[in-house]
Design a protein. Structure first.
Length: 134
């Protein structure tokens, strides 16, 4: 009986999408993405590149082709996508911004729920940086 209840609980948790509210500080403000409200559930980076527009296009392709990702908004040098975890469906917001005037691509990944992301957002940004460095 206990095994059956435990299994049923896991199935319910796996089917329950933990979405949370959309962060209010998304977007480009005064030429930059917002700083992280807390490093425990957010990661932010500026990557110097020779051609920010080309790097941004590469990153846009990587994000679009990533599993459990949905592009929410894209415009001139800006992308907002949601990324969901495989097991529980936790939603993170990913932003990219090409800044040709400074020669950088800005990236920000923030969890919608919880006090800690267990390093998920930082690892996400590290993987994305690898895509423009290879």
């Amino acid at each position: 009986m206990a095994l059956l209840l435990s299994t049923a609980l896991w199935i319910q948790l796996a089917l329950f999408q933990l979405v949370g509210p959309v962060p209010a500080d998304l977007g480009v403000h005064n030429g930059a993405l917002s700083p992280c409200p807390s490093p425990a559930h957010c990661a932010r980076a500026d990557w110097p590149v020779d051609d920010p527009t080309a790097a941004f296009e590469t990153l846009k392709t990587v994000v679009t082709n990533s599993p459990r990702s949905t592009v929410v908004e894209q415009g001139d040098g800006y992308l907002h996508a949601t990324m969901s975890s495989a097991l529980f469906g936790f939603v993170d917001d990913l932003e990219l911004h090409a800044d040709p005037s400074r020669g950088v691509v800005q990236a920000r990944s923030v969890s919608r729920l919880g006090d800690s992301d267990l390093g998920v957002n930082g690892r996400r940004l590290a993987r994305l940086e690898t895509a423009i460095r290879d």
